[in-house]
Design a binder for this molecule. Sequence first.
Ligand code: NA7
Length: 538
Amino acid sequence: MTSTAETTDILVVGAGFAGIYMSHAARKLGLSVIAVDRAGGFGGTWYWNRYPGLRCDVESIDYSFSFDNDIQQNWSWSEKFASQPEILRYAEFVADRLELRPLFRFGNGVKRSIWNEDETCWYTTLDDDSVIRSRYVAWATGILSEPKKPAIDGIDSFAGETLYTARWPHEGFNFEGKRVAVIGTGSSGLGVIPEIAKQAEHLYVIQRTPSYSVPGFNKPIAKEQMDAVKADYPEYRKRARPWPLGVDTLSSFKTLEEFGVEAATEELRKHYDYGNGMRYGGAIADVMVNMEANEFASQFLRDRIRERVGDDELAEKLIPKYPMLTRRLCVDHGYFETFRRDNVTLIDQSEQALERIDARGFQTSQGHYDVDVIVCATGFDALTGALVKIDIEGSNGLKLAEKWNEAPSAYLGIGVAGFPNTWMINAPTSPSAFSNVVLAIEQQVEWISRMLQYLQENNIDRFEPEADAEQKWVEHVDELTRGTLMVHSKAWYSGANIPGKPRIQMVYLGGLGPYEETLNDVAADNYRGFALTQRPLQ
Ligand code: NA7
């Protein structure tokens, strides 16, 4: 096997935003790069999730690379919240601009990656059984890549069409004249439901947990507005970078008590009317640490949901009761108004349990519903799902899946003890989901690039996070969580959405600004927490 392996300095796995930037950055340092993705092209999550209604919930101007002024000056966003096709075009635009296509092999995923201690390198086997030998591997496999199949009795017996939002057919799907059930009311469900409702003969929305959401008030970006943003981009990016979410959310940093009820209501109203979940979520400073403040901001949203639904009895079922932000605060475009339509029925599982799916449709405790199509918007095995599926074996035969099936852990959310010469971009314990993920990717890739330079300059051929540094970091992430209302979360941030997955906070809540300071500090301290081995002199 090894004799036929193709050799490269670094293998990059993934062609999403992280894989795009990582492969560019490594090549710029003079390394030879091979990059692979099981998808047919660039885009990562934006390649696979093609369902109608999908928009990013971060404003397009923020959800874009800042590392190359040429790129940002030559790309114009057309809407406040970009749609999936536009983001996919953007990913392709960046990849082409950086001339990355020659580095990438598409339609070829990784089956296995094994560390070879004697040779200080990784041997990675792809789906087509070709083998790549590389000194480094950078995993850029995404935090939301592995769709979750819901454990519902009889799901495979359905005779109609079953679609997953996370694996949407490239040719689209015509719902006209069809009876449709959508399972799931997270971000994906809230996006796809209004669009299906416009086409379908009848739509059943199967809800287990309702979502808080602010309307996005999406609108086109006029040329003059985009020009003004471009003129200010370098300053804009500088301003955004230290903010907790990596977006200037115009927060006042005042607590509920500091505001007083009247001013706090005005502040919430201002951010709600602007239409941006990050801004709304950051309007009251103690919303994540003080239940009273959280309840105040949650209640404001509940009142808006009532207005939007226009039917108090129905609205009550669509209104979440848990603390806001312990699950994703969604940004929607007409979701709650969709329930005003005659062709939409809410199946609220708190009053009629979903019992099973059969060939003709679905059965609840109150009756049987015939449908032609079932759409699963049921989420992801987030953060770890894509990597534990691959047979990754580090030093001393340690398997990543075995380690993470016990408890997902990583040092700085970027490297894992037992796995030398490898980085995992947006690994568990990184800020990832609790940030503008494009900026989170930039921070990590830029830090990895600096580390690569350091390794070269200091003749280091092996690095590996130390187990106790990893343990301390995991405890730090846990401690940050324990001080917040996130301890009440039942979302994918802690693996709670996947039966049997260990419950551990996988998202660093300290914010991108402090995270970057920590990364810089570790780098300045000669990569504290990493065991570094110098190459013997020849
Ligand atoms: P989410 O937010 O994990 O939402 C998945 C939804 O699917 C959620 O409402 C789940 O209800 C529901 N679900 C999952 N399994 C089942 C079963 N077995 N029965 C009924 N309902 C089920 O995923 P999304 O794709 O919407 O969003 C992921 C991220 O993408 C989002 O946070 C943004 O960052 C973008 P539950 O909550 O488990 O009761």
